[in-house]
Design a protein around this ligand. Structure first.
Ligand code: AMP
Ligand code: GLY
Length: 423
């Protein structure tokens, strides 16, 4: 099978690494890719923001299957265009990608199909949003409706903080994404991420993970795209997984199909495990980054037929086998991230990873033949172990051999799970 992978992050490096192991693969292309992905794929300079360019490339190269990594091309309708031309695609239509693109859309689906989530209201003006906040009291959560690069959410511990967040949204802090605001009840519990494939009619549960969104140790400081993750998430017991499937995933899949937007791709459900059980915080419509890296380390099955079955409505015909060993990934980021940081700083050396370990590339590039850091999140140092503690120890040993002066990382990835292991 000739496959085109769209994307250039650590998530796509993990997907490329796993796809390249498939006996069903003949050629893997990646657009635009990165130097890590280039170990497994031929990089092609296709403008992935231009759906016509993607379609032309697929026609010219007789591509059999397109795997879309990030959300932006999905929201921009690349999957619709490719399907209309007869290509098999892993990733939802633009209409179904609203599950990630619009928090209000998702909340309305939850309300209509009785999916457990925080009580909410949608607002298109500040005075009404503020009146609702004063009525509800704090803690309370204020969210810009649209895609705001993970920055549009304020978990307000006081009413004043919530009111200020409403002003930020309507005064344009998040651009068009803040033209509508969702105010929702604060959910108290432990967070977990749950990944599940859907072909529109069938669902296949994959695995669970926990990430570390804050930049600083002890989960402090500003939010980032994720500074590290591990899988599985201990809070997701088999009972919680079963309840999540029945109470959240299956009604969403049915609801999306009944609403005219059958969902084909991966549900990345952000959950809060509260006293009542799993409640939905949000959906993403692509694999998590860096959660995908730990999922791919644990997946024993061939990824390619599983993704292809998702795209072609035959998910009931495949299964996914997972290693019981936990996997953990530590993100190395450019100093200054998530604020401003220097670009093109030299990465002198990346160590050889042994079995059960891998350094995935995210924001790297080759400049005059030398490897440099071009992004905020740059490398994902990943390892497995018999426990999360062992996976963590192995990951940091590997990470300490990376020679990159401008990099930093958190030293406590996995702390919640390790605390449990020690208890
Ligand atoms: P989101 O961008 O929707 O993932 O939100 C970012 C983070 O805000 C989540 O990972 C949670 O930690 C937190 N959050 C979002 N919604 C809620 C909620 N209703 N209650 C408590 N925390 C929340
Ligand atoms: N790591 C969180 C995300 O991919 O959205």
């Amino acid at each position: 099978m000739k496959v085109l992978l769209i994307g250039s992050g650590g998530r796509e490096h993990a997907l490329a690494w796993k796809l390249a192991q498939s006996p069903e693969l003949t050629t893997l292309y990646a657009a635009p890719g990165n130097p890590g992905i280039a170990e497994h794929a031929t990089l092609v300079p296709v403008n992935t923001e231009d759906n016509d360019a993607v379609v032309s490339f697929c026609k010219d190269n007789a591509i059999d299957f397109v795997v879309v990594g990030p959300e932006a091309p999905l929201v921009a309708g690349v999957a619709d265009r490719l399907r209309a031309e007869g290509f098999a695609v892993f990733g939802p239509s633009a209409a179904a990608a609203q599950l990630e693109g619009s928090k209000g859309f998702t909340k309305d689906i939850c309300a209509r199909y009785d999916i457990p989530t925080g009580a909410y209201q949608r607002f298109n003006n500040a005075p009404k949003a503020k009146a609702y906040i004063r009525e509800q009291g704090a803690p309370i959560v204020v969210k810009a409706d649209g895609l705001a690069a993970g920055k549009g959410v304020t978990v307000a511990m006081t009413v004043d903080e919530a009111l200020a967040a409403v002003d930020d949204c309507f005064e344009g802090a998040f651009g068009a994404a803040g033209a509508e605001v969702v105010v929702e009840a604060y959910l108290d519990g432990e967070e977990a991420s749950f990944f599940c494939l859907s072909d529109g009619k069938h669902a296949l549960a994959l695995a669970t993970a926990q990430d570390h969104k804050r930049v600083g140790e002890g989960d402090t400081g500003p939010n980032t795209g994720g500074m590290g993750a591990y899988s599985p998430a201990p809070v997701m017991t088999p009972e919680m997984v079963e309840r999540t499937m029945k109470e959240i995933i299956e009604p969403t899949m049915r609801g999306m199909a009944e609403s005219g937007y059958p969902f084909s791709g991966v549900f990345f459900a952000g959950l809060m495990i509260t006293r009542k059980g799993p409640e939905l915080i949000e959906y993403n419509v692509r694999f998590g980054d860096p959660e995908c890296q730990v999922l791919m380390m644990r997946l024993k099955s061939d990824l390619l037929p599983i993704l292809y079955a998702t795209a072609t409505g035959t998910l009931d015909k495949v299964t996914a086998e997972w290693s019981d060993d936990p996997a953990l990934t530590v993100v190395m980021a450019s100093k200054g991230y998530p604020g401003s940081y220097d670009k093109n700083t030299p990465i002198k050396s990346i160590p050889e990873a042994g079995k059960g370990a891998k350094v995935f590339h995210a924001g790297t590039a080759l400049k005059d033949g030398a490897l440099v850091a071009t992004g905020g999140r740059v490398l994902n140092v990943t390892a497995t172990g018999k426990t999360v503690g062992e996976a963590q120890a192995r990951a940091y040993v590997l990470l300490d051999k990376v020679e990159w002066g401008n990099g930093f990382c958190r030293r406590d990835i996995g702390w919640q799970a390790i605390k449990r292991e020690k208890a």
